[in-house]
Design a protein around this ligand. Sequence first.
Ligand SMILES: [Zn+2]
Length: 234
Amino acid sequence: MTHAPVSPVPASPSPRLKLLLILPHPDDEVYGASGTLMTLLAEGHNCGLVTLTHGEAGRTLGLCDTPEELAALRDTELRACLAVIGLTTTPGSSFEQHNFPDKYLQDQPIEPIIETAREALARHRPEIVLTFPPNGSNGHPDHVTTHRAVKAAWDALPEGERPRLWYYASDTAPENEALLPEWLPANLRRDVTPFITRKLQAIACHRTQALSTVDFIRRFPERIVEETFYEVGV
Ligand SMILES: [Zn+2]
C-alpha cells in the first residue's frame, strides 16, 4: 500500500473568486442571487458558495418524513439547482457544504462558524462576499447568525485585504416592524432578465421549499428579474 505524500500547503492557492456566497440553508443562494451568479459565470468569472447546513429543520411539504430524509432531499435539490446555475459545472468555481445544525445555529458557539467563514475568505480571496444583512432579511435566526459570523470574519481582515461586502437587500421596507431598525435598503441592482428562464428552473429545483418560493415571489416579485443588494461602505 502506498501513501500519498503529505502536503499541508497546496502547491498554488486556489483561483481567486469573483463572488463568494456564505449562507446557512440550501435555497438561500437561489432567489436573490442566482441570476447574478449566472451572469458572472457567463462572463468567465469563478464564483463560490458555502452552505453551512443541510436544511434538515425546514418544511417537508409531505415529501419526506424525518429530518435525515429532508437533509438528503435538500442536498439533492441544491446540487440540481447549482448544476442549472452552472456553479458546479464550471471548473475553478467552488461549492462546499458544512454540517452545522439547521435551526440551531444561534445556539452554537459562533467561533466555529466565524472560522469557517474566515477560512473560506482566506482560501478563495473573493472580490465580493455576499451574505444576509443584520436583520437576516426575514429575521430567521440562522440568517442573523450567519450575518454575524461573516461580518466578524470580514472585520478581522486587515482593511486592505477585505473583499467588497454585499448583503441581500430590497427596496421594500419589511412588513414586520421588528426588522425595520436594522433594515438596509438596496444600493446596488443587477438586471438578470437574460437568465430568467434558467433562474426559474434553478428556483424550481428546491421542490421542498415551494412555500418559500411563493412567499418570495409574493413579497419581492421585482427581485426575480432585478437582483438587489446592499453594499457596505459605499
Ligand atoms: Zn434561509
